[in-house]
Design a protein around this ligand. Structure first.
Ligand SMILES: C[S@@+](CC[C@H](N)C(=O)[O-])C[C@H]1O[C@@H](n2cnc3c(N)ncnc32)[C@H](O)[C@@H]1O
Ligand code: SF4
Length: 469
């Protein structure tokens, strides 16, 4: 379905909503949208064109008085999307789990409404259901997650530090992250580390000069433990801030060794992730993820021996998996009982080799997988604490992070909710600066590719210092 909006400001959001109804772009409708404002009455007109047959749908709305220009635009956008949602769900006889919401951060959307005093927190589920047509389950999920985000602190001096290692042992076929296979850049890893250390030194001075306080540290990727123990030691030697949360995303179990975990422990890392994605070994082979269950179990035992808090990532909808296989993986995960579990819904983006063959994905089973995970995790004492959605996610679903026994990862909440500044170091890292009083956020990306990052390191450092000064 193609959308043509008269007001270009709304084009992308309206097209995104249409895409959620038509993920494989198989419906041949053209949707024309126009709007008029007379006094405070807003008219939304949708013309649905299907093989020469045109149907027209009109809806009116009274714009509340006294809104800022930005708020007025956002209110109009919600009204147009709601109108399109109602038309398409009636014509296609289909409802979407997230109703007319297309944004990446459903909790942020509602939290800001609560903060503006437009909605009382206890009626968040009703508002999501009545005003945005969100399903009851998802509306309650948002409310539940908001209850576990009370650790949010809004303070312009607090920052999270993120360091990116966009290198992996091999490439998984569903992945669209910019990450390099080790064999292709092995000769550049030490130079990349030199540049990271240069950037980290500048960041250390910046933090001291501007009196920033580092709240959490997260080394992600990619697969940071693709680095040798010696390289990890060198990198971590440059990162010494007194934080209570220091995470390294190990990811692939085949990269985890006792020696590397010893190095992490010595440098005060207290959280790691070991990501199975599935416990079905034939799926692991199919998706080109070269790790075995034995490697996952061994890595987990080692992590427990060292006393790390462990997160495990899973994906619902991996090619070749039906509901039964997914349920078995979740049950195995519950036996291991890591402190954190993140359940992702498969996203098929451009750039992933899986895009060529979507037929292996049991799309109808995916909502049942996500529901199953949510139900049994909660029955086993896990609570949801952060959420985000992506374009091209199967069934228009979501990714949810769960914790047990108080082990919330603050970095995940901060970065998904956009509530704290992030100093991003390394290729592909994005820095964010939050201005709480002005309710504003700015972003500053580093070069995406390792080669560019290396050749432009001085420029990266200079831009970073200026951005946070
Ligand atoms: C930054 S990524 C990579 C972490 C690490 N390299 C690994 O693979 O274990 C974090 C998580 O995103 C999820 N992910 C990556 N690609 C995905 C996709 N196409 N669809 C759904 N989830 C995805 C995976 O669960 C992955 O563990
Ligand atoms: S999923 Fe993780 S390990 Fe696999 S290619 Fe992507 S970033 Fe690397």
């Amino acid at each position: 379905m193609r959308v043509f909006c008269e007001s270009k400001d709304f084009q992308n959001d309206m097209q995104d909503l249409a895409n959620f109804f038509d993920p494989d772009e198989s419906i041949a409708f053209n949707i024309h949208h126009s709007d008029r404002t007379l006094d405070s009455t807003l008219t939304s007109k949708i013309m649905l064109e299907n093989n020469g047959d045109v149907k027209e749908y009109v809806k009116f709305f009274t714009i509340p008085v006294g809104l800022s220009a930005l708020r007025e635009k956002s209110v109009k956008k919600s009204f147009f999307k709601n109108h399109l949602y109602l038309v398409l769900s009636a014509v296609l006889k289909k409802s979407l789990p997230w109703g007319s919401l297309t944004g990446v951060r459903p909790c942020k959307f509602m939290r800001e409404m609560v903060e503006r005093g437009e909605v009382k927190e206890h009626i968040v589920p009703e508002v999501l259901m009545k005003e945005f047509f969100v399903s009851e389950d998802k509306a309650k999920l948002v409310y539940e997650i908001m209850k576990h985000q009370k650790c949010i602190i809004k303070n312009d001096k607090l920052v999270d530090l993120f360091i990116n290692i966009p290198i992996c042992p091999t490439r998984c076929n569903y992945c669209s992250f910019i990450s390099n296979e080790l064999c292709k850049i092995a000769g550049k890893v030490d130079v990349y580390l030199d540049c990271l250390l240069k950037e980290l030194k500048a960041v250390k001075n910046l933090i001291a000069d501007k009196s920033y306080i580092v709240r959490t540290i997260y080394i992600g990727g990619g697969t940071p433990t693709v680095l040798t123990a010696k390289q990890l030691d060198r990198l971590l030697g440059e990162i010494n801030y007194p934080v209570s949360e220091f995470t390294v995303e190990c990811g692939r179990a085949d990269t985890i060794t006792r020696e590397k975990l010893e190095v992490l422990k010595r440098h005060n890392v207290n959280r790691i992730s070991i990501n199975p994605q599935t416990f079905c070994e034939s799926t692991l082979k199919r998706i080109g993820r070269k790790q075995t269950n034995k490697q996952i179990f061994d890595a987990y035992m080692l992590a427990m021996e060292f006393g790390f808090i462990v997160n495990m990532d899973m994906i619902a909808g991996l090619p070749g998996e039906k509901l039964g296989i997914f349920k078995r993986s979740i049950n195995t995960l519950l036996e291991l009982s890591p402190e954190n579990i993140t359940v992702h819904t498969l996203t098929i983006k451009n750039g992933a080799s899986l895009k060529e063959d979507r037929s292996q994905v049991a799309e109808k089973d995916v909502p049942k997988m996500v529901d199953y995970a949510e139900k049994v995790l909660q029955q086993n004492g896990y609570k949801p604490y952060y959420i985000y959605r992506q374009k091209h996610q199967i069934g228009g679903l979501e990714n949810v992070g769960y914790f047990r026994d108080g082990h919330i990862c603050i970095f995940n909440i901060d970065s998904m909710e956009d509530v704290s500044s992030v100093i991003g170091v390394g290729a592909g890292a994005i820095s964010k600066r939050v201005f709480n009083l002005e309710n504003r956020l700015e972003r500053e990306p580093n070069c995406k590719f390792i080669e560019d990052y290396i050749s432009r390191i001085d420029e990266m450092v200079e831009k970073k210092v200026k951005f946070f000064s």
